[in-house]
Design a protein around this ligand. Structure first.
Ligand SMILES: NC(=O)c1ccc[n+]([C@@H]2O[C@H](COP(=O)([O-])OP(=O)(O)OC[C@H]3O[C@@H](n4cnc5c(N)ncnc54)[C@H](OP(=O)(O)O)[C@@H]3O)[C@@H](O)[C@H]2O)c1
Length: 252
């Protein structure tokens, strides 16, 4: 298994780096954004809820890390122009982007395909796949302007093996793995790297929605699974591209 849960990052691992995280307002994206900042990165926080983004911003500022940036965006309704405007803002402020973590996702319904509402299916695909493709397109020039940028797509165990009742979410994660592999192949001769990362069962709102009867205390917290997120943005992963990673060993 491709996992770096025991990785201990030096405190200056990401000094001077600019990293964009989608879904930075809650759950895993929030914890990873805080750790990227703690390790020296300037983090561009993208999410829907301005209040929740502001609370991440305040926490980063309070720890004395580089001043982050907030860019509120609903990935379900965002247009190509919205992504271009995000890219222009980053270009103006930093002139490059060293890291891109596609983390925001929608769970959709937990029902069999036969009963799945197709509008919900389409919006899950929009947020989880199309928005990530469109955002990557808009940000590619800035990633290319960085010395060796890393893009990480968030996957899931149901993006690697289909499972009953996971409909659009599972389909979107298979597509995510595909987009990651295609980009890695298209940029094999460059310094850009593209990989996928499955967080595994983690104590967040999404996990609670997917497994309402589960005791959250048995799950790892977002803060505990951060090491592989750091490893994939740091110099140890230079040259690694097109690979699927896990942030924690599978639970038995
Ligand atoms: N938790 C797990 O056990 C688990 C397991 C496997 C994979 N994953 C994956 O890990 C990633 C993070 O999951 P999580 O558990 O941390 O989820 P979460 O707690 O539900 O957080 C999801 C984040 O995505 C953002 N988001 C959702 N819809 C959005 C939209 N339309 N536009 C912009 N932002 C949007 C949310 O922003 P707002 O709050 O601002 O709306 C929030 O910051 C996801 O890709 C998920 O599929 C999680």
């Amino acid at each position: 298994m491709n996992c770096h849960m025991d990785y201990r990052a030096p405190s200056d691992l990401l000094a001077g780096k600019v990293i964009l995280v989608t879904g930075a307002s809650a759950g895993i994206g929030r914890a990873v954004s805080l750790e990227y900042a703690r390790h020296g990165a300037t983090v561009v926080l993208v999410g829907r809820s301005v209040n929740r983004l502001k609370s991440v911003y305040d926490e980063i500022e309070a720890m004395g890390a580089p001043k982050p940036a907030i860019f509120p965006l609903n990935l379900e309704s965002a247009t190509v122009q919205d992504f271009a405007s995000l890219a222009a803002t980053i270009d103006e402020a930093f002139g490059k982007l060293d890291g891109l973590l596609h983390n925001a996702s929608q769970l959709g319904e937990r029902v069999n395909v036969a009963d799945y509402d197709l509008e919900t299916w389409a919006s899950v695909m929009q947020v989880n796949v199309m928005a990530a493709v469109s955002l990557t397109q808009a940000l590619l020039p800035l990633l290319q302007a960085a010395p060796n940028a890393s893009t990480v797509f968030t996957s899931s165990s149901v993006g690697r093996r289909g499972r009953a009742g996971w409909g659009a979410y599972s389909t979107s994660k298979f597509a995510t793995e595909g987009v990651m592999q295609i980009l890695a192949d298209e940029h094999r001769d460059s310094t850009l790297r593209f990989n996928s990362l499955n967080p595994g069962a983690t104590r967040t709102d999404m996990r609670r929605a997917a497994y309402p009867d589960e005791d959250p205390a048995v799950l790892r917290t977002p803060a505990e699974i951060v090491p592989t997120y750091l490893w994939l943005m740091g110099p140890e992963s230079l040259g690694v591209t097109g690979e699927a990673f896990d942030a924690q060993p599978p639970r038995h």
